[in-house]
Design a binder for this molecule. Structure first.
Ligand SMILES: [Zn+2]
Length: 311
């Protein structure tokens, strides 16, 4: 299937996901004047670890809005790691509700330096059908439906805008087991994020499962899905802001004959299901709730301090 830029213009409104009109200077000054405020990109003195690859830890850094490191009090015990307070974003979207649909692996060759390991990750392929063509096709169809309901939509490629802020973010993928036996769809969200991701996940899961008849393949939800890079604000600046409810949906197995036929032959059915799940979430979760307060999440383990040189 040809993938043309012209498709993108249908749903990409040309507006950026980051708007300055809603800036709240008061709270920004309040947060950044805190002595424990760590500005964007600066190290937190803590170590994050990829659940999919614990041998590849990173030095956790503050997301684009900065973060307040709250160390545990003396009564908290020796193993307490404290918390991180993520201030309400200063650039909350205004106007229509805003939703990102990411087409997994799309334009992976354009990933920025911090995401360069994604460049060769071009997605699953089976019998000449590529995952990315399915992801992009359905993402655009979801975008058209949401647009028709007054939602501003960003169809995102591999590269997430720095600190991306919206009312919801849904990444679309299709999996392969390399054998053709697995069937079904899977979903996950990240950790150390806002409190509405279970609701977004369940609304899409219920709508998608009902419409497609696919089984929910809970046994193959991977740490790679839970640790999906757009969720990892402490590792990448090109990530979805912690306040933005974000989920990943593996729509089916491109390696399974029935799943693949469904994704190729009934893309409108899948798109309508995803859009209805998103709309249910938006209807039940006002923007004032999503961006209503600072997030307080568990801190990462402290980075061990280097031993000082003996005199
Ligand atoms: Zn994928």
């Amino acid at each position: 299937m040809a993938i043309g830029a012209a498709f993108v213009l249908v749903v990409n409104t040309g507006m950026t996901g980051i708007q300055l009109a809603g800036m709240k200077l008061g709270s920004v000054i309040g947060a950044s004047s805190d002595p424990n405020f760590v500005p964007a990109g600066a190290p937190l003195g803590q170590i994050g670890s990829d659940p999919d690859d614990p041998s590849d830890p990173w030095s956790a850094a503050a997301p684009p809005g900065g973060v307040i490191v709250q160390t545990p009090g003396p009564s908290a015990g020796p193993n307490a790691t404290g918390t991180l307070r993520i201030p309400v974003p200063k650039n909350i979207p205004t106007g229509p509700r805003r939703v990102a649909i990411q087409a997994g692996h799309w334009k992976s060759d354009e990933a920025p330096d911090e995401l360069r390991r994604l460049i060769p990750q071009t997605g699953a392929e089976w019998e000449g059908v590529t995952e990315v063509e399915i992801n992009l096709d359905i993402a655009q169809r979801v975008g058209v439906i949401l647009n028709s309901k007054g939602i501003a939509v960003d169809i995102l490629p591999t590269t997430i805008p720095v600190g991306y802020i919206a009312d919801a973010f849904v990444a679309l993928h299709a999996d392969s087991d390399g054998a053709g036996s697995n069937s079904g769809f899977k979903m996950a969200h990240g950790a150390r994020r806002g409190p509405y991701e279970d609701a977004l996940l369940n609304d899409i899961k219920n709508a998608f499962g009902t419409a497609t008849g696919l089984d929910y393949d809970a046994t193959h939800i991977s740490n790679g899905m839970r640790g999906y890079y757009p969720f990892s604000w402490s590792r990448f600046q090109h990530a979805v802001a912690a306040h933005t409810p974000a989920v990943i949906l593996e729509m089916g197995y491109v390696s399974n004959d029935d799943d693949r036929a469904l994704m190729l032959d009934k893309p409108d059915l899948l798109a309508a299901a995803i859009a209805s799940g998103v709309m249910k979430f938006l209807d039940e979760t006002p923007r004032s709730k999503i961006f209503g307060q600072d997030l307080v999440v568990p801190a990462f383990p402290s980075r061990p301090s280097r031993p000082t040189a003996s005199p």
